[in-house]
Write a protein that binds this ligand. Structure first.
Ligand code: GLC
Length: 736
C-alpha cells in the first residue's frame, strides 16, 4: 500500500473502501505501521526469519518437509508467530476465484470470467463486485491471502496468460485492477497485485530478459501497477519470474527498491512468485518474502538470511524492514484481530449471479450483419456446433484455474508429461452448457448439436437449419504461449464449411484473447465471449436471444496478422520446446525480448504509430441499439460531453476519450472512459478528469507534459474518432 498521497483517485478509492470484515473499517496505514513497528521490537532474533519464507502446502515430493496441520491445500503457507499474535498466512490463487489446485481441492468455488472478459465491461464497479465475491469465498474457506491482481499489459496477444490480465492500456488496466483488489480486500484479507513487472510472455518465462528503457516502462507497464496500487492498496506485490534489464524481477533493485518502494512509497511487502528467487541477495534488492520455497534451488530467506543478518548490518536492517512490511499488511486488513475461519457460509447461487453479470457485460458483439442477432425465440431450427457446447464453456489453465463443486464438465489433458503440475495442464470446461441455455429459450426450435469433429456431418446439420451457431475455442494456459493467433484444431475450416452451407452462421468465440478470422466475411455474426466463467452458457444465450444488449468493448486490439505485432515472431518460440512452466529449452541459450521496439506504445498505440489497421481495434464493440456522443468540451484536464441512445432499445455505452496529438506530434492514448446506461432516446452529460500521467512523458525523475496544443477526440474505439478539439496546455513537470 502506498504512502497516502491523497490524489483524487486514491481518496475516492479509500472512501469507497467499505468497512473491513469487522466494524471499524480498514486500519489506516499509519496505525498499521505503528502496530508493525511495535511487534518487530518484540521479536526474538530466531523469530525474525519466520515470516520471510513459505511453502507450497502440497505433497510435491522432493525435499519438502511435513505440511503443517493448520495449512490449507492451496498455493502457499507462511507460519505465524503465536507468541506475538501473528497469524500464519494461508494463500490461495487467484484473480478468477479460489483455485482448485489441479483437483486437490474438491470443495468447489465460483469461477469469475477471465480478467480480459471483466475488462471488456470497462466497469470498475462490476469488477469490484467480482473481487469482493471471490474474496468472500477465499475467506470462507479459511484463506487470508488471495493471489489476485494480475495486471501485466498485453504486449503480446500470444501470451498464454492473456486471459488472466486486463488490457493493453495502462489506464484501463490500472483502474480495473485497483477495483478488483479493493473488492478482494473488502473481506478483510490481503490481495496481491502481480506479476511485477513486464512479465509479457510465458515462453522461457524464468529466463527471458526483458530490455526496456526506464521511460517506456514507467509510461506503460509500471503505470498500470502504479495506478492499481494507488487505487487498490494491495497488501502485497508479487514480483515476476522474468528478468528486467539483466536482473531477475525478484532480485531487482530498480524495480523493487527504486521504483516501488522509493519513488512510489509502497509500504506493503514484496512476495516472490513461486520458484522465482535466485539467492539471498534478493533481500537487499527489495524482496521481502520467498514463496513456495520448495520450488527454488534452496531456502534462502530462512537460516541463510538469519546468518547474514548477524554478520552484516545491511541485512540486519533489511530483515527488520521485511518483517515490518509483512506485519503492516497483516495489520492493515486486521488479519490478526479478525482472522478468517474455515467453514464459512458461501451463497453459491448469489455468487454465480455475480459471475453471470460480469460475463454478460464482458461479451463483445464484433459483427452482426443484417441484424441476424438477436435471435427470435420462435426460431424453428437451430444447429449448434462445436466447443463442447453441450457440456460447458472453456476456461484458462494454470494456477488460476477454478472449478465448481463437481469439477470440470470436460477435462482434456493437453500433455503426456508426468509431474506435480501435469494435472494443471488440461483443457477444462465449466458446467454451464450453452446448448441447454439456448434450448431453454428457443422452446419451439428443433435443435441439433454436433461436436464439430466431423465437418461434413456438421455442415449437413447447418444446411438443414434456419441458423447455425458455432462455438469456436482457443485454449490457453499459464506456462505456454500460443504459436500464432489462428484458431486451433481445424476450426477455421469447420467455420468456413458451415458458413458456405448456411449464410446465417453465428460464431461464438471462447478464447483467451485475440484470434484471426479468415472466415469473417462469410459469417453473419461474431460474438467474443472469452472464458465466460461459472455461468457462461447462460450469459452467452442471454446475448444471443437479446435479453442482454451486448455492451462489451475490446480491452485488447485484435491484430489482422502476427506480422502487425512489434515482434512478429515471439522471442524463444523457435527454440524452447513448448512445455509447461516455461523452462528454458535444451540449448539453454540466453533469451531476450526487446520491448523498446514499441516502448510504451503497446497495442492500439503501436497500431496508430505504425499506421496499421487491426482486424478489430481496442475499444470496439457493437450493440443492439446505437449511440451518439458529442459536444466535447475541455477545460484543463477535465472533459464534458453528451452521450445519447439513438436507437430503439436500452443499452450501455462505453464512452472513450482519446489524446490524438500533443504539441503537434501524433500521440494516441486513452485519456479517460465512462460507461453509461441509457434508455432509448435518452441522453446523459458525462464529466471525466484526466490523469496527467497518461498525457506525459517520464523524464527520468518525474513527469513532463510539454506545452502546446493537445488534441482530443471522443472515440467509438481507438480508431473511430469523432470531431477533434484542441486545447492549449502549459508545459508542466512534476514528481510522483
Ligand atoms: C504461479 C504463478 C502465480 C501464482 C503462483 C502460486 O507460478 O505465476 O501467478 O500465484 O505461482 O500458484
Amino acid at each position: 500500500m502506498k504512502a497516502l498521497s491523497l490524489s483524487t483517485a486514491l481518496l475516492t478509492a479509500l472512501l469507497a473502501h467499505p468497512a473491513g470484515a469487522e466494524e471499524g473499517g480498514p486500519v489506516s496505514l499509519a496505525a498499521a505501521q505503528a502496530s508493525a513497528d511495535a511487534t518487530v521490537k518484540q521479536m526474538k532474533p530466531e523469530e525474525m526469519t519466520i515470516l520471510t519464507h513459505g511453502i507450497m502446502p502440497l505433497a510435491l515430493g522432493g525435499a519438502a518437509g511435513p505440511i503443517p496441520a493448520d495449512a490449507i491445500p492451496g498455493a502457499g503457507y507462511v507460519p505465524g508467530i503465536p507468541r506475538l499474535g501473528i497469524p500464519a498466512l494461508k494463500e490461495t490463487d487467484a484473480s478468477l476465484g479460489v483455485s482448485y489446485v489441479g483437483g486437490v481441492r474438491k470443495d468447489g468455488a465460483t469461477a469469475l470470467p477471465s480478467a480480459v472478459a471483466q475488462a471488456a465491461s470497462w466497469n470498475s464497479a462490476l469488477v469490484y463486485r467480482g473481487g469482493a465475491m471471490i474474496g468472500s469465498e477465499a475467506r470462507a474457506k479459511g484463506f487470508n491471502v488471495l493471489l489476485a491482481g494480475g495486471v501485466n499489459l498485453m504486449r503480446d496477444p500470444r501470451n498464454g496468460r492473456t486471459f488472466e490480465y486486463f488490457s493493453e492500456d495502462p489506464l484501463l488496466s490500472g483502474v480495473l485492477v485497483g477495483a478488483a483488489i479493493r473488492g478482494v480486500q473488502s473481506n478483510g484479507i490481503i490481495s496481491t497485485i502481480k506479476h511485477f513487472a513486464l512479465n509479457g510472455q510465458e515462453t522461457g518465462r524464468k529466463h527471458v530478459d526483458v530490455r526496456i528503457s526506464d521511460a517506456a516502462a514507467r509510461e506503460s507497464d509500471l503505470l498500470a501497477f502504479q495506478i492499481g496500487i494507488e487505487q487498490g492498496q494491495p497488501g502485497s506485490v508479487m514480483c515476476a519470474y522474468n528478468r528486467v534489464n539483466g536482473h531477475h524481477a525478484c532480485d531487482n533493485d530498480y524495480l523493487l527498491n527504486k521504483v516501488l518502494k522509493q519513488d512510489w512509497g509502497y509500504k506493503g511487502f514484496v512476495m516472490s512468485d513461486w520458484g522465482a528467487v535466485p539467492g539471498v541477495e534478493a533481500a537487499i534488492h527489495g524482496l521481502d518474502q520467498q514463496s513456495g520455497e520448495q520450488l527454488d534451488t534452496a531456502l534462502f530467506f530462512g537460516d541463510v538470511l538469519g546468518r547474514k543478518a548477524v554478520s552484516d548490518p545491511a541485512y540486519a536492517a533489511r530483515l527488520a524492514d521485511m518483517n515490518r512490511r509483512i506485519l503492516t499488511a497483516i495489520h492493515a486488513v486486521r488479519l490478526d484481530s479478525n482472522p478468517p475461519v474455515p467453514g464459512g457460509k458461501i451463497d453459491f447461487a448469489a455468487n454465480a449471479q455475480v459471475a453471470e453479470e460480469v460475463a454478460r457485460q464482458g461479451i463483445v458483439l464484433l459483427k452482426n450483419a443484417d441484424k441476424v442477432l438477436p435471435l427470435a425465440a420462435t426460431a424453428r431450427s437451430i444447429a449448434v456446433i462445436g466447443g463442447y457446447a453441450d457440456g460447458g464453456v472453456l476456461s484458462g489453465a494454470g494456477s488460476s484455474q477454478v472449478h465448481g463443486e463437481k469439477g470440470p464438465a470436460v477435462a482434456r489433458p493437453q500433455s503426456a508429461k508426468e509431474g506435480p503440475f501435469s494435472s494443471f495442464f488440461a483443457q477444462q470446461y465449466h458446467r454451464s452448457s450453452p446448448l441447454d441455455a439456448i434450448a431453454a429459450r428457443a422452446t419451439q426450435a428443433k435443435i441439433s448439436f454436433r461436436d464439430g469433429r466431423y465437418i461434413a456431418d456438421a455442415v449437413e446439420k447447418a444446411r438443414q437449419s434456419e441458423v447455425a451457431i458455432i462455438f469456436a475455442t482457443q485454449w490457453t494456459t499459464e506456462g505456454l504461449d500460443v504459436p500464432d493467433l489462428s484458431l486451433p484444431d481445424g476450426q477455421d475450416a469447420l467455420i468456413a464449411a458451415v458458413a458456405a452451407a448456411n449464410p446465417r452462421t453465428i460464431v461464438v468465440l471462447e478464447t483467451g484473447g485475440p484470434v484471426k478470422m479468415p472466415w469473417l466475411d462469410k459469417v453473419a455474426a461474431v460474438v467474443e465471449a472469452w472464458y465466460p466463467g461459472a455461468r457462461g452458457g447462460q450469459a452467452i444465450a442471454s446475448v444471443l436471444f437479446g435479453e442482454t444488449n451486448p455492451s462489451g468493448r475490446l480491452p485488447i486490439s485484435f491484430p489482422a496478422s502476427e506480422a502487425q505485432l512489434p515482434r512478429p515472431k515471439l522471442d524463444g518460440s523457435d527454440w524452447v520446446e513448448p512445455n509447461f512452466i516455461g523452462e528454458v529449452g535444451p540449448e539453454n541459450r540466453a533469451l531476450t525480448a526487446d520491448y523498446d521496439v514499441e516502448g510504451s506504445d503497446v497495442g492500439y498505440r503501436w497500431f496508430a504509430r505504425q499506421g496499421q489497421k487491426p482486424l478489430f481495434p481496442f475499444g470496439y464493440g457493437l450493440s443492439y441499439t446505437s449511440f451518439e456522443s458529442g459536444g466535447l468540451k475541455m477545460s484543463g484536464l477535465s472533459a464534458r460531453f453528451t452521450v445519447r441512445n439513438s436507437g430503439t432499445r436500452a443499452g450501455d455505452e462505453v464512452a472513450q476519450l482519446y489524446l490524438v496529438s500533443r504539441a503537434g506530434t501524433p500521440k494516441r492514448r486513452l485519456a479517460a472512459f465512462s460507461r453509461v446506461s441509457l434508455e432509448p432516446g435518452a441522453r446523459q452529460t458525462v464529466s471525466v478528469s484526466i490523469d496527467p500521467r497518461v498525457l506525459a512523458d517520464w523524464n527520468g525523475h518525474g513527469w513532463t507534459m510539454p506545452g502546446g496544443d493537445y488534441v482530443f477526440a471522443l472515440g467509438k474505439d481507438a480508431e473511430t474518432l469523432g470531431q477533434p478539439i484542441s486545447i492549449r496546455l502549459p508545459a508542466k513537470s512534476w514528481k510522483d
